[in-house]
Design a protein around this ligand. Structure first.
Ligand SMILES: Cc1cc2nc3c(=O)[nH]c(=O)nc-3n(C[C@H](O)[C@H](O)[C@H](O)COP(=O)(O)OP(=O)(O)OC[C@H]3O[C@@H](n4cnc5c(N)ncnc54)[C@H](O)[C@@H]3O)c2cc1C
Ligand SMILES: *[C@@H]1O[C@H](CO)[C@@H](O)[C@H](O)[C@H]1NC(C)=O
Ligand SMILES: *[C@@H]1O[C@H](CO)[C@@H](O)[C@H](O)[C@H]1NC(C)=O
Ligand SMILES: *[C@@H]1O[C@H](CO)[C@@H](O)[C@H](O)[C@H]1NC(C)=O
Length: 444
């Protein structure tokens, strides 16, 4: 594409270039804040949805409880005056209400109901530590990457029984959003080391303003209404020597000097947004060589407690988890015999009613002697089929290299200037993705 001459009409392009920031998620708003803090106010944030937040997204459920469809945890806080997780800084600054989450306190079930195999879960946690150490050593020795399944085998972890497999799933798949065989051993080790930099603590947001408050409140401090364009879907991103040009779905053209794209990896992998000219091969290869996973939370509300009474432990529990006030207990149920892989994609294609009855089937097998009331509310987000996300977050397969990663982040030059820039979850070397895959969050 040739950007028409209008693009060049900014007389201040040299001293005060105009920057288009695409996406008002955490990355887009943080980028705007960085510009603002550096005294640069000539930017415009363009967002398809009618609110700021992106994958920080809440939903009013049941009798008015706010639930989180996307990110819900602050993964790591701070130890003493050590490094602090910037998400934790935002949560503290804006008084987001969070509770401590103890994953080591869990109650285990299998197809026959309540069965205690927490020792197997502990062993699986040790095995994850072992492969992380192995990963670190192999990276230091400059050895070729393996997948995490091969890593497990090398440290002698070969899950045989269904309990072994569930325990590994809880430790690994739930964290990386993918199976060990589909995940890079090196990257799996890197994520664990990175998360531990802040602290091992995970805190769950139960803020009724929604977890997104950490970024909406932050934006209020500096972003002027004229610097934010909501309900504006980007269709094409044009870049040329003379400047950049973004086309919205309604045909409006927006010109600038630089463009920063923070759309999810899933959006970049699909054809929802077109680049003009097409992205170079090295960029396309980097984009297509990372995996966009989907982690689906399924929410049910019940009019009365039915399983709590059967649980040996009540609070701070990963499968049974009590949060804050008695009316917002959340139970995280890991389906013990769920079909692996593509689960989210499969259920997204089904009608709600069918998903609900599958989930109820899992509950009936966990609580075989219990009369379970029908849920009074039911909801789950379809992240995979949403054209603004196309999944939940990124994961590295074993074939992914550091060069790919550098290329994923790299900006694209046009003549002397780098006009097209990239940011967002997938472009972070140490903090890409997060954790979790299939979770049933039961709320009453
Ligand atoms: C289910 C789920 C659970 C998660 N759990 C956690 C967690 O517990 N802890 C944690 O730390 N992280 C978690 N994450 C990851 C975290 O949410 C993301 O890493 C983070 O929010 C990504 O921010 P971002 O700004 O990079 O991308 P996004 O939030 O995706 O921002 C990109 C923005 O671009 C917009 N956009 C996309 N396409 C277009 C278009 N064509 N035109 C205009 N606008 C467009 C989108 O609407 C979006 O607002 C989770 C994510 C999901 C989905
Ligand atoms: C399960 O067994 C472990 C020992 O393997 C024990 O420490 C724990 O208390 C038991 N948990 C429950 C809920 O009984
Ligand atoms: C198209 O969208 C933009 C941004 O949302 C808006 O300013 C403009 O008025 C819209 N144009 C038309 C023709 O609807
Ligand atoms: C929801 O509210 C209605 C009316 O306020 C009440 O009758 C009902 O029991 C509540 N349901 C739950 C699950 O709390």
């Amino acid at each position: 594409m040739q950007v028409p001459p209008q693009a060049n009409t900014n007389p201040n392009a040299k001293s005060n270039p105009r920057i288009l920031i695409l996406g008002a998620g955490v990355a887009g708003i943080t980028a705007a804040r960085t510009l603002y803090r550096n005294g640069h106010h000539n930017f415009l944030v363009i967002e398809a949805r009618d609110e700021i937040g992106g994958r920080l997204r809440s939903h009013t459920f049941g009798n008015g409880t706010t639930i989180e469809l996307g990110a819900n945890w602050v993964q790591g806080t701070q130890v003493g005056d050590g490094p602090s997780n910037p998400i934790w800084d935002l949560a503290r600054k804006h008084n987001a209400r969070t509770v401590f989450n103890d994953y080591s306190s869990i109650t285990t079930y299998d197809g026959s109901g309540l069965v205690n195999y927490t020792n197997v879960v502990d062993d699986a946690a040790d095995n994850l530590d072992k492969i992380s150490r192995l990963a670190g050593k192999r990276v230091a020795d400059n050895l070729v990457d393996l997948n995490a399944r091969e890593g497990y085998s090398l440290v002698g972890a070969k899950p045989q029984s269904s309990h072994d497999k569930v325990a590994e799933y809880f430790n690994f798949d739930w964290e990386y959003g993918d199976t060990p065989s589909a995940t890079s051993l090196a990257a799996a080790g890197l994520v664990r080391v990175s998360q531990g930099t802040f602290s091992d603590e995970a805190r769950l947001s139960i803020d009724q303003r929604g977890f997104k408050v950490i970024i909406t409140a932050e934006a209020k401090e500096f972003l002027r209404p004229s610097q934010l364009l909501l309900s504006s879907t980007v269709r094409t991103i044009g870049y040329a020597r003379s400047g950049v040009r973004v086309t919205l779905a309604n045909g409006t053209l927006i010109f600038g000097d630089y463009v920063l794209c923070t759309f999810s990896l899933g959006v970049l992998q699909n054809d929802d947004v077109r680049f003009e000219p097409e992205l170079p091969d090295w960029k396309m290869e980097a984009i297509q060589s990372v995996t966009m996973t989907t982690y689906t939370k399924v929410f049910l509300q019940f009019s009365r407690k039915f399983c709590w009474d059967f649980m040996p432990t009540r609070k701070e529990d990963a499968i049974l988890h009590g949060a804050a006030s008695p009316s917002t207990h959340r139970i995280f149920l890991l389906t013990l015999d769920s079909p692996k892989g593509q689960y989210s994609e499969r259920i997204e294609a089904l009608p709600d009613q069918q998903v609900q009855s599958e989930v109820m089937g899992v509950l009936h097998s966990m609580f075989p002697k219990t009369d379970i009331p029908p849920p009074s509310d039911f909801f789950f987000p379809r992240w995979h089929s949403d054209p603004l996300y196309r999944g939940s977050y990124s994961n590295w397969p074993a074939s992914f290299t550091r060069e790919h990663h550098d290329n994923l982040r790299a900006s694209i030059g046009c003549g002397k200037r780098k006009r097209l820039w990239f940011a967002g979850e997938a472009t972070s070397l140490r903090y890409f993705g997060t954790f979790s895959f299939l979770m049933l969050s039961v709320i009453y």
